[in-house]
Design a protein around this ligand. Structure first.
Ligand code: MRU
Length: 380
């Protein structure tokens, strides 16, 4: 996507250094800082510490992580000359990569996909080349998927816009939670992709952006993205959604997801469930946008089966920002001795979801409908 006239992605491969590079999203929106990922430890740190975040981007980063295993061992003759040792190392390092964050299924999906390609190859260089090729392929495929999500999802916004044509205020008001934008994917985003397409078609839209405590992905990242694209938006507290829905100020909710079951239960950033409840109570359509890499085809019960990440309580106790030198700084809010609990995601049951926007089209949150778009997953 364009930032001040320049094309930008949150991850790319740099041929000069033979490494993946990422934007350090902890510093946004105040500073664009680029970080190199030359080793698996760097990749794991970037995912855990959330330099990169958002399910599809974590998947792409994990995919490059598999290449990194081979890149960092390229001068290790023991590994290079012994296929069994090499494959064992790849498998154990991939396990470490997949454990970096538990909720987004895209991480395991991206790592496994590249690992399976690499294990089939004979010879160290062939493995390394296959890893890089597949990681780059995943990045382009995810970008294309998000583009298609945008095209399909824009029809929902256009429909609301058509219904409002006779009203004095024709603006379509969309609420979103967290950041499911291009920063969380590779291009376009998932929840934001329909907004970009609708806006580019000239539809009058305005986005309510939940700030998304504790790390403020909405206030910092979504607001920044939308602003750079010229889209009208307003940052609101996480608790404001119910109120503005009751007062007719929201036409449509669109969020992303970190893992969705084949039956349509949706894990997404903490607070999503409350937005879905409020939307249901106010008859407001609640859509979830996702690429197929975010479906976990192996599970049916989101509440029981999706692991919910619990992060450091200090993310809640200390509010973070940047000081005048561009360094991350923090301020303590509750009494020093008060404990805090930091559940990073929640599960919205399928019954509260109006539908899914995928790269193949829009469907209801029902296993049969989801599978009609992805029939190849019938038997998984
Ligand atoms: O903790 P984060 O910032 O990685 O959480 C991100 C989200 O919850 C997004 O909504 C989700 O990954 C969808 S991204 C297209």
């Amino acid at each position: 996507m364009k930032v001040d006239g320049n094309d930008m992605r949150p991850i790319w491969f740099d041929n000069k250094t033979s490494t993946a590079k990422v934007i350090d999203q902890r510093k946004l929106p105040h500073k664009i800082e680029i970080v190199d990922l030359p080793t698996v430890d760097h990749v794991i740190m970037a995912i855990k510490e959330m330099l990169v975040r958002g399910a599809p981007l974590i998947g792409a980063t994990g995919a490059f992580g598999v290449y990194t295993i081979l890149f960092e061992n390229r001068d290790n003759t023991n590994i290079k000359n012994n296929t069994d040792q090499c494959n064992n190392l790849i498998q154990s390092e991939c396990k470490r990569l997949k454990n970096a964050r538990p909720t987004a299924i895209n991480l395991a999906w991206g790592v496994d996909r590249v690992m399976n390609h690499v294990l089939k190859e004979q010879g160290y260089d062939a493995k390394m080349n296959a890893a890089l090729e597949e990681a780059c392929f995943i990045v382009e495929e995810e970008a294309e998927n998000c583009k298609n999500i945008g095209e399909h999802g824009a029809s929902l916004i256009e429909e609301v816009s058509r219904k409002k044509q006779n009203l004095t205020d024709k603006t379509v008001n969309i609420l979103t939670h967290c950041n499911a934008g291009w920063l969380a994917t590779v291009e376009y985003g998932t929840a934001t992709a329909p907004m970009y397409v609708a806006f580019d078609k000239g539809i009058d839209i305005h986005v309510w952006v939940d700030e998304t405590r504790p790390l403020n992905q909405g206030a910092r990242l979504t607001a920044w993205e939308l602003g750079k694209h010229g889209i009208k938006h307003t940052v609101i507290t996480d608790n404001a959604g119910g109120h503005i829905m009751q007062h007719g100020m929201v036409d449509l909710v669109i969020v992303g997801t970190d893992r969705t079951t084949r039956t349509g239960d949706v894990a997404n950033k903490i607070g999503t469930y409350l937005k879905a409840l409020a939307a249901k109570d106010n008859n407001i359509p609640f859509y979830v946008a996702l690429p197929s890499s975010t479906f976990d085809w192996s599970i049916k019960d989101g509440l029981a089966e999706i692991p919910i990440e619990e992060r450091d309580p200090d993310e809640i106790r200390y509010i973070q920002g940047l000081d005048i030198n561009g360094k991350i700084t923090s301020v303590l809010v509750p009494p020093e001795q008060s404990p805090a609990a930091n559940h990073a995601f929640d599960v919205t049951p399928a019954r509260l979801v109006t539908g899914f926007v995928t790269e193949r089209g829009i469907c209801k949150a029902l296993e049969s409908d989801i599978l009609s778009l992805f029939p190849e997953q019938f038997s998984t």
